[in-house]
Design a protein. Sequence first.
Length: 145
Amino acid sequence: MVKSTPDPVDIHVGSRVRLRRTLLGMSQEKLGTALGLTFQQIQKYERGANRIGSSRLFQLSQILDVPVSFFFEDMDAATGHGRKAGFAESSPPSFEVGQLSRRETLELVRSYYRIVDPIVRKRIFEMIKAVGNASQAELDASEDE
């Protein structure tokens, strides 16, 4: 049996399944049970080793409470598929797709959504944006020197 390399799209979709599952605090076993699969099959989906069919992707979107399009977000950057250089209106921000699945990011997002007061949550969001923008401005200024 010849072992083939997973397609970048399958890897990306699988990583988005993992991201959403992890953000919800759901185990592979629990997701597998909801789909009638083993946790090993979920592992294969998340690694991109096995392709996810359209009906299964629809089931995943319902269980994980996201639109099907969620699994394809940021795919241009992750797979190299998509628009050719020069046709985009502006260049996308420098951001690693892998940053979304880092434990620190996941913990931050979980903690953020545990803030029940929407006004407090919005203020914290604005503060983080301001600090991030200030940090980026400092980086840009130091590169211009």
